[in-house]
Design a protein. Structure first.
Length: 341
């Protein structure tokens, strides 16, 4: 199983990205996931690639609809060439309010739009490599012009793979039909949800395109709690409750709550965000819910937990690195065990 690092702080200064990425490579990670929050993820990815030599760097995830597919293709092509094919694109839809109200871009039929977006990107990749004009005329995007002057030219490495980040059935199916893999969300990385919803949707999408399910990667983006000892696990557990409670206040992230009969918790958290009652949200999140959604153990025991939760389900997992670099040697050993399975 491959192990990917998460950016611990999405507000990390761009000056700190390079040293952070180098530390992740030294820890033995297979790759680094770069989110889209307050920095452009492609800028962060470029810095991370420049300061590493082995690991994959993937946007996880870049927002598709705030950029044209040709623009994203240009950037991905440049980063693939620059890094000798160590860059991968992870795309997501986000929710309507962010796309339409924060970015001022259209948000309609997001799953179908994302599928068309990926087709337009692949048509652009083909045009870059072949020198021929792109010929994509889709429902949402049309990419048909590329004169030689604007063609970046062929590369001698593989085109960037395209991954999809998502929760629901429709977007997960798009990962199966159009993507190279799916990056699950912390709220839909529970084994029961993966078995009942995620994996069947991926398989259905793959088979609809005549692909084998085994061709589709599945990287679980679960929150996790792991530390050197039980005291550290308890401290990490408390630190993770607030971000999980905040995330579960968004209706798009309620499918697992609904599956377990906890939908009322989502509604209560939603009401608290509207009332600006941020400090009370953790109290709504019971230990039962947290334990169901978040794998937890010491470094020595965590590989067994990963094997139980994800061993037969996923090709990779996202793990946050330790906050204290003093833990790095033990954490490196843990990653090596997980990666060997």
């Amino acid at each position: 199983m491959k192990v990917y690092a998460a950016m611990m702080d999405h507000r990390m200064s761009l000056h700190d990205v390079g040293p952070y990425a180098a530390r992740m490579e030294a820890l033995g990670y297979d790759g680094l996931h770069v989110p889209e929050a307050v920095h452009d993820p492609f800028v962060v990815a470029a810095i991370a690639l420049e300061h590493t030599s082995r690991i994959q760097v993937r946007t996880a995830v870049a927002l598709a609809f705030v950029r044209s597919p040709m623009l994203t293709a240009y950037t991905a092509w440049d980063l693939a060439r620059f890094s000798n094919s160590r860059f991968e694109v992870g795309l997501g839809t986000q929710i309507r309010a962010h796309i339409s109200e924060r970015f001022g871009m259209p948000f309609d039929e997001p799953s179908d739009r994302l599928a068309d977006y990926i087709d337009a990107m692949r048509a652009s990749f083909h045009a870059f490599q072949s020198g021929a004009a792109p010929e994509h005329r889709g429902r949402f995007y049309s990419v048909t012009r590329l004169s030689p002057f604007f063609n970046p030219g062929a590369i001698d490495v593989a085109p960037p793979s395209i991954w999809v980040g998502g929760v629901g059935v429709k977007v997960t199916t798009v990962a199966g039909t159009h993507g190279d893999g799916l990056i699950s969300h912390p709220t839909n990385s529970n084994p029961r949800y993966l078995d009942a919803v995620t994996m069947p949707a991926l398989r259905k999408g793959a088979e609809a395109q005549g692909r084998s399910y085994s061709e589709i990667g599945l990287v679980v983006g679960s929150l996790n709690v792991t530390a050197m000892d039980e005291r550290g696990v308890a401290l990490r557990r408390e630190a993770q409750k607030q971000p999980l409670a905040f995330t579960l206040s968004t209706p798009a992230y309620w499918p697992t709550l609904e599956m377990y009969g906890w939908l009322d918790v989502g509604h209560r958290l939603r009401a608290m965000t509207r009332a600006n009652e941020w400090d009370r949200m953790v109290g709504v999140l019971s230990d039962e819910i947290f334990d169901t959604l978040v794998p937890q153990a010491t470094y020595a025991e965590f590989p067994d937990v990963v094997r139980e939760w994800y061993g037969a389900r996923a090709s990779g997992i996202v793990l946050e690195p330790p906050g204290d670099p003093a833990d790095d040697p033990a954490f490196r050993e843990m990653i090596a065990v997980i990666g060997s399975e």
